[in-house]
Write a protein that binds this ligand. Sequence first.
Ligand code: LFR
Length: 474
Amino acid sequence: MKRVAAVDLGASSGRVMLGEVGADVLELRELNRFWNGPVRVSGRLHWDVLHLHRSILEGLQAAGPLDGIGIDSWAVDYGLLDESGRLLGNPVHYRDSRTDGVMERVLSTIPATELYAVTGLQQLPFNTIYQLAAEKLPVDAARLLMIPDLLAYWLTGEIGVERTNASTTQLYDVLARDWSDSLISRLGLPRRILPGLLEPGDVVGTALPDETGLAPGIPVIAVGSHDTASAVVAVPAVGERFAYISSGTWSLVGLELDAPVLTDDAREANFTNEGGVDGRTRFLRNVMGLWILQECQRVWGDDDLPGLLRDAAGAPPFAVLIDPDAPEFLAPGNMPARIEEQCRATGQDAPRSRGAVVRCILESLALAYRRTLRAAQTIADREVDVLHVIGGGSQNELLCQLTADACGVPVLAGPVEASALGNVLVQARALGEPFPDLSAMRALVRSTHSLRRFDPQGKPADWDAAESRVFGTR
Ligand code: LFR
């Protein structure tokens, strides 16, 4: 059995979890949980990366003896180091407005078709490529590290970029499985700022006792360092005919495939082909997710989520519907006002109570899931029998039921801590636990975690009508 720590950083909170993993054991215990989120300084949104580092150390120092440490986080964001390894400036949050209009500018010199043929990535305005194009690279920038790589560098002094997260930069060649030299040079970036790639399971280095206060000799192991890649490892699926929603601040809706799908249909529907553990492809789309609800709660100063969900469950169905993926919902701000604005623009009465707002958000998300799931199956030519909802959002029973109703397939909800589970499983395998493949890991998740099942209810015709209301015949 192995005793490993998973550092799992989401966009609203981070945690350090202790994992005990063996042939028939998979247990997590929380060592530290801490706030994470955007910090606005001089008009720019940043991550508080030193707070993250310190909170990670606090968790690790409370862990007792460890066989390994793995770090996963959200994707696309990065820190720049100078030649001596010092961080140049505080990493910027992907929701910052510095990328406004940049995607359009880059696409006028690198056509979207070409970019998709190389990277297979969905167009999101905050992809690393657009963040880099938004600013002049500091003259003393010597290395770019993605957030988990930066935090691993601070623990070990070793530099590398893990592949699943590299695949989210839009600078990675999805077929060659390496950085795209041609895109990097067309962007005017020096090739050497992008370090060599690491595979999930590679040892990054050993934690430096003097810097970290940890016992000597603990390996820091590259995992699926993109949180969604780690989460997908822990989807408790049997076989191939499944879809997943990794449900948190974002909802990542899609399929696991053996190879990328780079067709015009996939590009036009804005599907991404992100790198998975063991060379799999995460064929999915970002749906705006629980972010909209989290921002409503922040604006209302209301942290009683169970109360809001009870009110939403009692609110009239299909009263108000929005397109959650509309660009106005991306940046932090007054979401209730933005929802009202979208209602006005689409000729609907604004929701009159908080419960009605929450109902509107959840039904609108369920509709977006349905559209995405159907498109994924058609484009990838893969039918599914079951939809696994994993991550924090799997605890939201109303959303799970609406998702089953809208998608017309059974939903299996759980595990909640999917990213941390995927993280510890990949570490345990690297340390010698016998998991020959992903299905063995998934079998262990199934046998150690209970799932909740939601069967489709209600009238499918209501969802058809709702879909044409929001999206017309598009
Ligand atoms: C989820 C996630 C998504 C990515 C978004 C931004 O936490 O990693 O997969 O698109 O955050 O990085």
